[in-house]
Design a protein around this ligand. Structure first.
Ligand code: FEO
Length: 397
């Protein structure tokens, strides 16, 4: 096993999940890593662990550096099992290790593993001296679980924030500048944010304010590469995402269609928007996974959703997407619902209701067309696109 040393005495000892393609429904086309960090000091400290089936890989990495039975402290920044899943096995090898975690962390770990480990509970702001270094713990509740905590090592200017700033990428490279492609890193960081952290923008901003006072040279999240060269770019994006700030003049049309009528409407709407200078992404729910569609949400001011009516409601693909987006709660969007129908025509009203619940701006009522649209009807939809375009700019005159 190759050694990956972030700073003298601090090592990455995680596991690479090359073949993971879904993470409870989130498509992880690039796989992922579970990042654990070993700090070799008077007290040998392991910060977080890996998913249970990568325990042997983590152990092999640790064994290259120290005798794993000598680990004194295991910090659990977050209870979710992709990071806590190997604590039990690690304690079998290092039975004298203390488990350092938050109050909620202790509760959660006990509920997950039914074990009364030797816990040391830390409050936000607490420190723990391990020799030449002092670990600082900051609670960041709801980024993205109530137990979430970050560990900061001021002597090395290293921040270990667990899920925050993560990306699902399995790669040979461990650092951002080794991948050296901001577009890929930004896309994966955005996908991670949009699908996992999006509902907690206020908490993320609170955490960024606290972390902003720290001197940081390396951010080691619990998934993907470590950040050391692109930290300013990353923080700039995080602030935009956390404050639901979207670029002007960008929209996304998400639809599904039965016999092509709703698709024709979607294309007409797109034409109207584009003629007014709007950049429009189109996604058909039949072909694109909802987690990939969510990646575009932070970059789209307009979100226009369309489904025909079936069985007095919408297509199940749109129902699934709405359930997902309702939970992730994007704010400051301009919405519009449309679709075709044969009789009844309930789908557009149901979609609109979800948008109202999200408190999006709805500049015009939902629109439905009976059976197959004719040219005049498509021209009307195109005009709606032109009218909607005005609402996608800060100056709406
Ligand atoms: Fe990567 Fe919330 O676990």
């Amino acid at each position: 096993m190759e050694k990956v040393e972030l700073k003298p005495g601090i090592y990455w000892v995680g596991g690479i999940d090359w073949n993971l393609r879904t993470f409870h429904g989130y498509l992880t086309q690039r796989g992922t890593t579970y990042n654990a960090y070993l700090i070799v000091d008077d007290k040998i400290t392991l910060v977080d662990t890996v998913k249970h089936y990568l325990f042997d890989e983590m152990l092999a990495r640790i064994s290259e550096i120290v005798d794993p039975s000598k680990i004194d402290i295991i910090v659990s920044n977050h209870v979710e099992m992709d990071h806590s899943g190997s604590i039990g096995k690690m304690l079998e090898i290092a039975p004298n290790a203390k488990v350092v975690t938050s109050v909620m962390g202790e509760k959660g770990l006990k509920r997950h593993y039914k074990q009364d480990w030797d816990f040391m509970v830390v409050k936000s702001g607490d420190t723990l001296n391990i020799g030449k270094r002092t670990l600082h713990f900051v609670h960041v509740p709801m980024v993205h679980w109530p137990d979430s905590m970050v560990t900061y090592i001021p002597e090395d200017k290293v921040l270990l924030p667990n899920d925050a700033f993560g990306q699902h990428i399995a790669s040979a490279e461990r650092f951002d500048d080794e991948i050296n492609c901001w577009a890929v890193l930004k896309e994966e960081a955005a996908k991670y944010y949009a699908n996992i952290v999006l509902p907690y923008g206020d908490q993320v901003m609170g955490a960024i304010k606290v972390l902003g006072d720290l001197d940081i040279e390396i951010i080691g999240p619990s998934h993907g590469v470590m950040w050391r060269s692109m930290i300013p770019e990353l923080l700039e994006e995080y602030v935009k995402w956390a404050t639901h700030t979207t670029p002007e003049g960008r929209a996304m049309i998400v639809y599904d269609t039965m016999w092509g009528s709703t698709k024709k409407m979607a294309e007409a709407l797109r034409e109207g928007l584009v003629e007014e200078g709007v950049t429009v992404e189109m996604r058909n729910l039949e072909f694109t996974d909802i987690s990939d569609i969510m990646t575009l949400v932070p970059f789209s001011r307009g979100i226009f959703l369309a489904s025909p009516t079936i069985n007095n409601g919408m297509l199940p693909s749109m129902g699934g997407f709405l359930t997902y987006i309702k939970g992730l709660r994007p704010k400051n969007k301009v919405g519009f619902a449309f679709g075709s129908y044969g009789w009844g025509g309930q789908s557009v009203g149901e979609i609109e209701k979800v948008m109202e619940g999200l408190k999006w701006e709805l500049p015009m009522p939902s629109h439905k067309i009976n059976w197959v649209p004719d040219q005049e009807e498509l021209d009307q939809v195109k005009q709606m696109g032109k009218d909607l375009a005005k609402h996608l700019y800060d100056n709406k005159e």
